[in-house]
Design a protein around this ligand. Structure first.
Ligand code: GAL
Length: 373
């Protein structure tokens, strides 16, 4: 009898352990999504203890699905993406991607470092945008699922070769995503180089708190803790001015809907075709930006150690991109809060430096936190 009991206890323990391992494994599910230039592309499904799902892919180290509840507990995906890998390849290049080497524009695709002029691919009017057409958004990164982490975690790494898209230095890039039980996406970046270079790294996720593909974002209430922003010319290149937001439609230090002042005849709204500008974080508070959508009650907070954020409200979206569930992403149906340095900084010594030296590591963290109220 005693022996039977002992066996039973051992068996139960073994089963429990197997169950735990199974549960542990399941917090990050890795599936083949496609292949790109000979490299395997995976879909990674991260499920937190609240049962909410974040999907990532190593193609562009991107976020492709984020399912969180509204105030009644109804879940929906609130970020842009595609159901299939073929759809992603054919679709918008930047949805949810990590953008580099230089996120946003470099004027005329030229900059000078230690007396040497570098030329970059021109892919946006006369300028270079988002690291050129073959930037970090369009390569298959390596995928690691670190063990023994508190929350579901995926680390993407990429070796960017010397002179890739015209930029000097072999760079090692890491973007680590952690999906906490508190519904926070924590993105940790780490960059090193073996030659002096410039960089600007960001994540280009589009959000619509009604649910991706469910109307526009003009009713989203936005706060950005920024008393200054970076005005641009008609090609969206900074003029060098850092203009106070006070008294202008760029003052989001208190909540305003995106749509409230977007049609005003203010020079920068005309040049940008709406909001498409870097806001300079005051860095006085923990939360740097927040978005509230009153119908669903969804609330998103952005916390970052980067110097600013590109607030882009989907002015170039035109409904031709068909995303998850066959839904078209129409004009201004998504907003991006891309934390990072200012556009064209290598040509603006008055902006915070984007130079990275050999031996130094650039480390940075951005958190997107989701809740309801
Ligand atoms: C944003 C940029 C926009 C547009 C978009 C990609 O980062 O601010 O002007 O280029 O990327 O469509």
């Amino acid at each position: 009898m005693k022996k039977i009991n002992q066996t039973l206890i051992l068996l139960t323990a073994a089963l429990l352990l197997a169950g735990c391992n199974q549960a542990k494994k399941e917090i990050v599910k890795k599936e083949l999504f496609g292949t790109y230039k000979g490299g395997e592309v995976y879909l990674l499904t991260l499920t937190n203890k609240a049962g909410n799902v974040l999907k990532l892919t190593n193609f562009g180290a991107r976020i492709t699905w984020l399912e969180v509840p509204d105030k009644d507990g109804k879940k929906d995906n609130i970020t842009f993406g595609f159901d299939t890998f073929d759809g992603m390849i054919a679709g918008d290049r930047y949805y949810g991607a990590v953008v580099g080497r230089y996120a946003n524009r470099i004027a005329k695709g030229k900059f000078t470092l230690d007396g040497v002029e570098y030329s970059l691919p021109i892919n946006n009017g006369p300028n270079s945008l988002h690291g050129g057409p073959e930037g970090w958004h369009s390569v298959a990164w390596n995928t690691e699922i670190p063990e023994k982490t508190e929350y579901p975690t995926v680390r993407f790494t990429y070796k960017s070769p010397d002179m890739e898209a015209g930029y000097p230095g072999n760079m090692n890039v890491e973007a680590t995503y952690t999906w906490t039980d508190n519904n926070e996406i924590i993105i940790d970046y780490a960059l090193t180089t073996d030659k002096k270079t410039v960089f600007n790294i960001t994540n280009h996720a589009y959000f619509n708190l009604h649910g991706a593909g469910n109307g526009d974002i003009l009713d989203h209430q936005l706060v950005i803790k920024a008393s200054k922003f970076v005005p641009v010319d008609t090609f969206l290149i900074p003029t060098g001015e850092m203009r106070p937001v006070a008294g202008s439609p760029f003052d989001f230090t208190t909540p305003h809907t995106v749509g409230e002042r977007i049609g005003e005849a203010y020079d920068q709204l005309i040049y940008g075709g709406g909001y498409d500008h870097t806001f300079i974080f005051d860095n006085a508070e923990e939360v740097d930006a927040a978005v509230y959508e009153p119908v669903s009650g969804r609330f998103m907070e952005v916390i970052s150690d980067q110097p600013g954020v590109q607030f882009y409200c989907g002015n170039f979206l035109n409904g031709t991109m068909i995303g998850h569930g066959g839904k078209p992403y129409v004009y201004r149906s998504g907003l991006c809060l891309e934390t990072g340095h200012y556009p064209d900084s290598p040509n603006h010594p008055e902006f915070p430096s984007t130079v990275l030296n050999p031996g130094d590591t650039f480390k940075s963290r951005t958190i997107y936190r989701f809740s309801v109220k």
